[in-house]
Structure formats: C-alpha cells, structure tokens
Design a protein around this ligand. Sequence first.
Ligand code: C2E
Ligand code: CA
Ligand code: CA
Length: 273
Amino acid sequence: KRLETEQFIDQGLRNDWFTAHLQPIVSLSDGRVAGFEALMRLRHPERGILPPAEIIGIAEENGAIGRIGDCILSKAIADLAVISKLDGLADIYLAVNFSPLQFEPALPARLAALLLENGITPARIVVEITEAVLMLDSPVVRDVLDALSELGCRIALDDFGTGYSSLSYLNRFPVDIVKIDQSFTRSLSSDQPDVRRKSRMLVEGIRTISHQMGCAVVAEGIETTEQWDILQTMDVEFGQGYLLSRPLPLDALLEKLDEFATPDMPARRAAAS
Ligand code: C2E
Ligand code: CA
Ligand code: CA
C-alpha cells in the first residue's frame, strides 16, 4: 500500500496529477465569501480523486512534500487570479496549507515571486500551519514565519484546540487567524445537552482569547444549519464546511459561486444541507 502511494506521488509529479480543490470560507454575518482554502488532491487516471491524508504523511517521509507543496501553491495562486476577475471578488483571499518541511529559507522569496507573476498582493495570502510547524521550534521556522508575515501574508493556526499548548503559540508566533477545529463545531450540535453546553463554552473561550490576541476566528467543519445558527450568535467571524460547499475544482467552484451573496445581494446561503 505504501509502495503504491509512493508510486502515485512519483507519477503524479511527473504527469501533473496534483491539483488544488478550493473550499469557500464565508463571513458568518452576511454569508459573503471571504476567501478559499486550497486542499491538495491527486487525480489518478484510474483511481479517481485521492484525498491528501495518506499522501502527505508519506510525502513528508520521502521528501516529495516540497515539490507537491510548490505545485499546489502555484496552481492555487493561478486559480485565485482567475477568481479575482469576478465581480466583487477582487479582494478575496487564498489560504494554503503548509507542512513543517516546507518552511525553508527560500520560501518567502519564492512566494513573493509567484505573487508578483500573478498580480496578487501578499495580503491576500493566508499561510495555514498546525502546531506541528511550531513545535519544531527551530530558528529557521521562526525566521521564515517572520519573513512571510513581513511580506504581508497572514498566518492561520489550523485545528486550534486539539494539540499541545496551542495557547502559548499565540503568544510566541505572529498568528493572525485562529481556525477552530471541526470537532468543536460538531459538538455544538451534539445530542447530549451537557456536551453541547460545554462545547459552546469552549468555542466562546477560544473566540474571546483569539480576539483579545488580535486574531480573527474561522470555525471549521460546519455541516448543519443548526451549527451555522449557533456560531452566528457567537461573534465568530468566518465559517467553512460542507453546508456551504465542499472543496471543489476551479470550474465547479466558479459555477457554485452564484449561490453565495455578493456585495449587492443579501446573504443567500447555499442550501446544501
Ligand atoms: P485541514 O487543513 O484541517 O483541512 C480541512 C479538512 O476538512 C479537509 O480535508 C476538508 O475537505 C475537510 N472538510 C471541510 N469541510 C468539512 C465538513 O463540513 N465536514 C467534514 N467532515 N470535513 C470537512 P482534506 O481535504 O481531506 O484534507 C485533510 C488534511 O490534509 C487537511 O486538513 C490538511 O491538514 C492536509 N492538507 C490538505 N491539503 C494540503 C496541502 O496542500 N499541503 C499540506 N501540507 N497539507 C494539506
Ligand atoms: Ca487547513
Ligand atoms: Ca483544520
């Protein structure tokens, strides 16, 4: 199985099978699309679309993650340039996931060059990292994060609240956005009243701390209107999840964007549920 995945990675890089699917990130107050997260997919000619979980783990071990990451980054930025031409979407942002191994000294300059080529300002890029990046606690990672931040990119802390000492990272690194892990969103609509009540307190706590640290908050994994409604009352700025849209390839996304609110149209939430 492992050998097979390594083969897919290898063939994928040679034959251009890697692609980015995009998932809208929506403003909870008015339903407008604020940005997109790029999620890696491998389009295998026989096996179809393969999700990233396994591929990334193995690519991190055999070193292919650097090349995969570069490929996703350039494709997603090219997609952003296309989406930006649509009415009302000129300022929309793109969030890209980074593995710890991608944090090498040349990254900020490479990203800056890519952005220039595509006519996109750094402020429209969000670098999503998990604690795995910060736990390395290496001077190189620190310098790269600082350089990305100075370039004007924003840094988002992914899966917040699930790993080790997330709170202390807010203090030590230039974090701009906190992404509340999907497990919290799910528990907000648990069948058990006690779980619901406690999850609510946890989300409110994370929100309050994040805001006090100057970070915006994104709730991940919104699947039901009930979760959407609860989060809307909680002063959480942004949300993302299957209720709004699954991650989609560019052409499907461009069609889907009609369902979302635009600057001159009131919120029309996608009726995906
Ligand atoms: P993540 O960054 O936390 O991404 C969110 C994951 O949740 C995605 O899974 C997305 O498809 C899924 N998701 C979105 N909305 C919902 C929902 O409402 N319900 C549920 N159950 N799931 C939802 P995906 O695409 O399989 O990606 C898994 C993980 O793989 C990502 O988690 C991220 O850590 C990693 N990943 C994805 N693309 C890249 C990449 O280009 N580079 C790196 N280094 N990692 C990536
Ligand atoms: Ca992410
Ligand atoms: Ca996440």
